[in-house]
Design a protein. Structure first.
Ligand SMILES: Cc1cc2nc3c(=O)[nH]c(=O)nc-3n(C[C@H](O)[C@H](O)[C@H](O)COP(=O)(O)OP(=O)(O)OC[C@H]3O[C@@H](n4cnc5c(N)ncnc54)[C@H](O)[C@@H]3O)c2cc1C
Lengths: 44, 485
């Protein structure tokens, strides 16, 4: 069954104050994935 | 002294050229050959396609930057590859043809010690009958000119909707083997939001059409991701978003023909169907550029260099989906026949798709081709540049820098609407890009903590921040190299 975005969730998604902290959190999370590095797979 | 020639000045070519120039002394030559005189930040084409950015906001001319940074720039296109030189020219070279100015049409043998082929994809509109940007009411956002044309058309339709006209919009993939579903996904959400902004949303029926088997496949076999405190499949997330935005969808569709306002497609069930529209944005299939390669005596050696895209250190042995592994994916992007040729970004030939291959009942392949997004394009270009630098500095052929898409994460921030307070973005990260079903058998081949999704205004801010950061980086402004690929 399709999940729906509740009114509360939508409020949180568009609230600039909540989203400001989310922005910082996301930036760090994305940086961790990016800075997590990369390498080969064959000799792992 | 070494001469490194970079073909293409897109994300991969420009990243490679800028790192080479920064790390190599001026006694080595870095030459860029690319037909488009502008650098374009392609991800922001989406915003050009909804009129919220102008082409000038997402591009800048390459010639002045390259002149300042001592990068030799030829506004030309590669025509053929001669990795052994020829009877007159002892050095390997790429035959290139100038595309502007007094030299337009003039051909030059651009010799090299090392070659980076970063020519990306050919936008293969011809593979779908009738699909051509600006014709048959279909459009593209793959280049800034296409995106601007799409906006001009859409803007006209918005005016008509304001006068009461009901319209149908179709957005998605324009071929059974298209890739770049992510870009089409961003565009459909942005168009939907723009219609709401213009208060005409109720006048439009918006439909997603795609060669994906499931929503949210994105050519990456879908994802299982953490979403807040939940675990969600990417198809559930996209379905939730489409439901929320009133967008309907057609899946497993291989579009094979387009006529004025009608897209014809084959389904996995083998049925032939059609969908009418007033405005469509359909991503074409991507192919190699059809380059030819010749040996010393002028013999055709194209199959040593190309299989559509450029052959690199991937395992191209044909095998069934069940036997695919991350080890099939290249690590160094070096051509196995010529150790001084590399192909990062989209220019390399992938070993196979990432999504499970599917055929229609009539035997037509309807499977998304594997995406190579901006981040892996930049990372692979940088590691190629680093390997070449080491080869030059240490006069050996050892490649220490490796980066398989099976051991690399990617961040994809999909815009879902523009605006500092009303905008939205879907931030998705995946690790690894190519699922490793052996390492992560219970989580659909990916590491859960590093594979997550988030929806909201912050995603838009992040996408906008990345737009400015990457243009700053591409302009090679102070400390540009601190910004990761
Ligand atoms: C609309 C759209 C939105 C996207 N959004 C995102 C996103 O949000 N995030 C993300 O990570 N990725 C995104 N992507 C994908 C991203 O743009 C690509 O991954 C990236 O551009 C690939 O880089 P590339 O350098 O390999 O190829 P390209 O960027 O295509 O560059 C190829 C270069 O080669 C040049 N060239 C072509 N032919 C020749 C020739 N014969 N000789 C010499 N040079 C030649 C071209 O002029 C160009 O400079 C998007 C793509 C599209 C189309």
């Amino acid at each position: 069954m399709t999940r729906r975005i509740s009114k509360y969730k939508r409020f949180m998604m568009m609230n600039p104050i909540v989203q400001f902290f989310k922005f910082i959190y996301l930036s760090i999370k994305v940086l961790i994935v990016v800075a997590g590095g990369h390498g080969g797979t064959r000799n792992a | 002294m070494a001469k490194i020639v970079v073909l293409g000045a897109g994300i991969a070519g420009h990243v490679a050229a800028s790192h080479l120039r920064r790390k190599l002394s001026k006694k080595h030559d870095v030459v860029v050959v690319s037909p488009n005189g502008n650098y374009q930040w392609i991800p922001s084409n989406i915003w050009v396609g909804i009129g919220r950015m102008k082409p000038k906001d997402i591009l800048f001319p390459l010639a002045p930057l390259y002149a300042k940074k001592h990068i030799d720039y030829k506004q030309a296109k590669a025509v053929s590859f001669h990795p052994e030189g020829d009877q007159e020219e002892a050095k390997p070279y790429v035959l290139s043809e100038y595309v502007v100015g007094d030299d337009k049409g003039k051909r030059e043998k651009v010799t090299y010690d090392y070659l980076i082929n970063a020519t990306g994809p050919k936008l293969n509109f011809e593979a779908t009958e009738g699909l051509s940007p600006g014709k048959n009411k279909t459009h593209s956002v793959c280049t800034y000119t296409h995106a601007q044309e799409a906006w001009i058309e859409l803007e006209g339709l918005i005016k008509e909707m304001k006068q009461g006209k009901k319209i149908k919009i179709l957005i998605g993939t324009g071929h059974a083997k298209s890739t770049c579903q992510g870009a089409a996904f961003e565009y459909i959400l942005n168009v939907e939001q723009e219609l709401r902004r213009h208060k005409v949303r109720d006048m439009a029926e918006i439909t997603w059409i795609s060669n994906e088997y499931n929503l949210g496949d994105f050519g990456m076999d879908g994802m299982l991701m953490s979403y807040g405190s939940n675990i969600m499949k990417s198809n559930e997330m996209v379905e939730m978003i489409f439901e929320d935005r009133g967008i309907s969808w057609i899946l497993g569709a291989g579009v094979n023909k387009v006529e004025d306002g009608v897209a014809y497609y084959e389904t996995l069930d083998g049925d032939h169907k059609e969908e009418s529209y007033d405005f469509a944005m359909l991503i074409p299939s991507f192919s190699g550029h059809g380059f030819k390669a010749y040996g010393k005596a002028g013999e055709d050696i194209t199959d040593k260099l190309f299989r559509g895209f450029m052959i690199v250190d991937a395992d191209y042995t044909p095998k069934p989906y069940e036997e695919w592994s991350v080890q099939d994916w290249p690590e160094t992007y070096q051509n196995p026949s010529y150790s001084n040729i590399f192909a990062p970004g989209i220019a390399f030939a992938p070993p196979h798709s990432i999504s499970k291959p599917r055929k229609s009942k009539n035997g037509t392949d309807i499977t998304p081709a594997p995406p190579r997004t901006g981040m892996p394009s930049g990372i692979t270009a940088k590691l190629v540049a680093d390997n070449i630098i080491e080869m030059i500095k240490h006069s050996n052929n050892e490649l220490h820098h490796k980066g398989s898409m099976g051991n690399m994460g990617a961040a994809c921030i999909a815009s879902a609407g523009f605006g500092m307070t009303k905008g939205s973005g879907i931030s998705i990260t995946t690790y690894p890009i190519v699922p490793d079903y052996k390492k992560y058998p219970d989580t659909h081949g990916r590491k859960l903590g590093k594979t997550f999704g988030s929806i909201g205004l912050a995603g838009h801010w992040l996408k906008l921040a990345l737009h400015y950061a990457f243009i700053y980086k591409a302009k090679m402004k102070p400390f540009w190299w601190l910004i990761p690929e």
